[in-house]
Design a protein. Structure first.
Length: 81
């Protein structure tokens, strides 16, 4: 896994049209790595409308099914949280 910390002071969203940031957010940490390991630590998911929702076991299974599909085609898959 790799962890990156970015200064997002003064921004209201991660990038133009991107994920909204809560007022006063100064730092954003992002972890990337093997999906099965990253998903073990995730409790919420970002929805298309910018809201968050609980990440349930069924959601994790759906993500891992997609990962398995791409892996079966010899494609490398990384998760970012």
């Amino acid at each position: 896994m790799m962890l990156t910390v970015t200064d997002v002071s003064g921004r209201s969203e991660l990038c133009t049209g991107g994920m909204p940031l809560s007022e006063g957010t100064q730092l954003l940490s992002v972890c990337k790595g093997a999906p099965n390991f990253i998903l073990d630590f995730c409790t919420e998911q970002l929805m298309e409308d910018g809201t968050t929702a609980p990440l349930k076991e069924a959601d994790k299974k759906r993500v891992l099914d997609v990962v398995d599909h791409y892996s079966s085609k010899a494609l490398r898959v990384l998760a970012i949280a």
